[in-house]
Design a protein around this ligand. Structure first.
Ligand code: NAD
Length: 468
């Protein structure tokens, strides 16, 4: 298909979805729940095909990771939305100043219409289907644009959703950056974009032409700060888990660690031992995911080579299983100690299994380091919930925070998930997602009685009451 044909098809899909939305009226609770149930059933029915597709797209993607970090998250989100939907949809009574009584005021959460969802490649299922479930829960129709870097998964999604939904309810559009650019220029009622900060800027620019409200789920460098004396198993296991899941190709992976200067060697020893324990077969383990493309692989190698050339200490844990088919793009777990601030490794979001470790002397120095950089998507702290922890939380701004844990905040359906500043705008999951994709319509209902002559001429003395 040419870009023109794609654009025409997308405009037609949007038109048909909007027409169906207006024609059918807003769906009530039973229909919304039925759509969520259909999505859930489709995911379970296609579970193996989806895992095959994701693995083939990555080269090797741990099937357990696809189960736990994608399919389970989707099912869990659907179940949470479904069981709380009645409460989310409930009309909210609001206060009316006595001056305007007798009257009632309430907020009605109304579906917006058609929501656009743009997704990246790193969690191609959950980052497409959790936004979709949220859009459906809020009573919307949805058009999805998955990533071109996971073509088999995108096709599997298209096939699965075409079986479960009419195109007037849910439609999938396939294509690369050009299609993405045309997609983001469509006059949706809301657009949820997950991807890089760089592309997020373009998407927001395109959406602004139609004043389409956006939720931007972007990236960045999420720090992990380990308090002095807290290099223990719990801390390091959580860091290894957060860094090496999906081979670090995770938006909320700890990007770099700030370790107290007295603990550096203990940290390196424990990190190395934990990697070996998690992956007894080394990077050849089927649970160790490969890098998505040659371009991404070369970039990551380049970051390590640059740091090494510039004098940083590089520790690689294990051997690359290049002889295994499909495992050529395996990047071994790597620690880079005290790379310079100017190194690309310390400037760019890493998005791979490389953990730069920097040392710090006091919590205030660690806070200053974080605050000198763009506001991150996540911030992790390992240590006691004491004064230092409170100080760090109060004095830094990040999308979310994990204390003594990495990644798990994302799996909490009752927590807003999103960034701040360059790491994102708005949030979703749970009620925040429902509200982001609903219109909060304030309704004022005049009662049969109110103060005579108060609100219109001739104004009586009662007008003084308004400002007394
Ligand atoms: P990306 O920004 O390159 O692509 C995301 C989507 O945008 C894809 O569907 C792509 O086809 C489309 N796209 C690409 N160029 C475009 C253009 N010029 N105009 C419109 N659309 C375009 O991101 P990616 O490489 O797929 O994903 C990695 C990035 O996503 C990382 O920065 C990561 O931190 C971020 N991410 C964020 C979250 C989150 O929830 N905050 C989750 C996962 C990934």
């Amino acid at each position: 298909m040419t870009l023109d044909e794609d654009s025409t098809r997308m405009a037609d899909l949007l038109h048909r979805q909007r027409h169906a939305f207006l024609h059918d009226g807003p769906p009530g609770l039973p229909l919304r729940k039925a759509r969520l149930a259909r999505l859930r059933a489709a995911v379970l029915a296609h579970r193996e095909a989806i895992k095959d597709a994701v693995s083939a797209d990555f080269g090797n993607r741990s099937r357990h990771e696809t189960d736990i970090m994608e399919l389970a998250c989707v099912v869990q989100a659907i179940d949470y939305l479904s069981s709380h939907l009645r409460r989310f949809m409930k009309r909210e009574r609001r206060h009316v100043h006595f001056f305007y009584r007798a009257a009632r005021a309430y907020v009605e959460y109304q579906p917006l219409g058609v929501v656009g969802v743009m997704a990246p490649w790193n969690y191609p299922i959950s980052l497409t289907l959790v936004p979709l479930a949220t859009a459906l829960a809020a009573g919307n129709r949805a058009m999805l644009k998955p990533s071109e870097l996971t073509p088999r998964t995108s096709e599997a999604l298209r096939h699965m959703l075409a079986e479960a939904f009419s195109e007037e309810e849910v439609a999938v559009v396939l294509g690369g950056p050009e299609v993405g650019a045309a997609f983001s220029a469509l006059p949706f009622d809301h657009l949820l974009f997950t991807g890089s900060t760089q592309v997020g800027r373009k998407v927001m620019r395109a959406a602004s032409d139609n004043l389409v409200p956006v939720t931007l789920e972007l990236g960045g460098k999420s720090p992990a700060i380990v308090a002095c004396g807290h290099v223990n198993d719990r801390t390091v296991q959580s860091l290894v888990y957060g860094k090496l899941s999906n081979a670090g190709q995770t938006c909320v992976a700890p990007d770099y660690a700030l370790v107290h200067e007295d603990d550096l060697e203990a940290f390196i020893a424990r990190y190395t031992a934990t990697v070996q324990r998690f992956y007894p077969d080394g990077p050849a383990s089927p649970d160790y995911t490969t890098i998505i493309s040659d371009r991404h692989y070369d970039r990551l190698r380049g970051l390590v080579d640059d740091a090494r050339r510039n004098g940083a200490r590089v520790i690689e844990v294990g051997e690359r299983p290049a002889h295994l088919p499909g495992r050529e793009r395996t990047l071994v777990p790597t620690l880079v100690v005290n790379a310079g601030d100017e190194a690309p490794l310390m400037q760019e979001e890493i998005f791979g299994p490389i953990l730069p470790v920097r040392t710090y002397g006091s919590i205030d120095k660690a806070i200053a380091y974080v605050n000198a950089r763009p506001r991150p998507l996540a911030l992790y702290y390992f240590g006691a919930e004491d004064g230092d922890c409170a100080r760090l939380l109060a004095r830094t701004t990040s999308g979310n925070v994990g204390i003594n844990n990495t990644l798990m905040h994302v799996a909490q359906d009752d927590l807003p998930f999103g960034g701040v500043g360059p790491s994102g705008m708005g949030a979703y999951h749970g009620i925040e997602g429902f509200r982001a994709m609903s219109h909060a319509k304030g309704v004022f209902v005049q009662g049969r009685w109110n103060f005579p002559g108060l609100l219109h001429a001739p104004f009586g003395k009662l007008a003084d009451m308004a400002i007394s």
